[in-house]
Design a protein. Structure first.
Length: 254
């Protein structure tokens, strides 16, 4: 039986403010990317999210970002490679420490928002992230946007790297995500999202906005957890995958 991982970005609240329905999403996905203080979260939120994941047997990774809670990590901040290396190490280290308190391992790192998009295109940023991850724990993996600089740099440095595609985001012909402010960036219809994913998993060709399909690989499928339709989208995709004979399993266990 073919297997695929479903992941979501979770733990993105802060203090008394919540973002999305983490408990419901954790009943659907097999991996969770947990915010660790850059774009969202705090120690209590990290502990609560990791505890929910542990109770459901969901694998967890760190979701570091530019230190920009006001912009939810979706703005590129002027940062040197050294600064990126330092704030990634600080955020990932914080989540690992909370994970040890809770008893939930943190096994991989997936950059969030603008940091992930910049690392997808720019080798110096990708290399800074890889250096931070490798210094913390050579056994940590990186979950990278498929076909991008972060994936290539990680593998070149001997860091385990897995390929991610997005259920609810449009792609450019270069294999990058369409910027959120541009037409075609977001896919909100669960049926359309699952149809596209199933066709991709059969062919390896991802449709793009304004161009020919691009060839990608996929160890994991991301469904963003911060939208109003996130749970419905995730549930629909999971049900369609299972109905088509796909098993849902964490990519770290594949």
């Amino acid at each position: 039986m073919r297997t695929i991982d479903l992941n979501a970005d979770l733990g993105e609240g802060y203090g008394p403010w919540t973002m999305g329905d983490d408990a419901a999403m954790l009943d659907i996905v097999s991996s969770a990317n947990v915010a660790c203080g850059g774009h969202a979260s705090d120690p209590d939120t990290m502990a609560r999210t990791l505890g929910l994941a542990k109770a459901r047997g969901v694998v967890t990774g760190a979701h570091p970002s530019y230190p920009d809670k006001e912009g939810f990590g979706r703005r590129r901040l002027p940062s040197t490679p050294d600064e990126i290396e330092h704030f990634v190490a600080a955020q990932v280290g914080a989540l690992i420490a909370i994970g040890r308190l809770v008893g939930q391992p943190v096994t991989y790192v997936k950059p969030h928002g603008a940091l992930g998009n910049v690392a997808a295109a720019e080798v110096p940023v990708a290399a800074a992230i890889v250096r931070a991850v490798r210094a913390i724990d050579p056994g940590l993996a990186i979950l990278a946007i498929s076909g991008t600089a972060l994936e290539t740099v990680a593998r070149g440095e001997g860091v385990p790297a897995y390929s991610e595609i997005f259920a609810d985001r449009g792609y450019t012909p270069a294999g990058q995500l369409v910027p959120r402010a541009e037409p075609g960036a977001m896919i909100t219809d669960p049926g359309a999202a699952s149809d596209r994913l199933l066709a991709f998993l059969d062919s390896g060709d991802m449709p793009t906005v304004g161009g020919a399909p691009v060839r990608l690989a996929a160890d994991s499928v991301c469904i963003h957890g911060d939208s109003d339709h996130a749970v419905a989208m995730a549930r629909h995709i999971r049900e369609r995958f299972l109905a088509c004979g796909l098993a849902i399993a964490p990519f770290m266990g594949l």
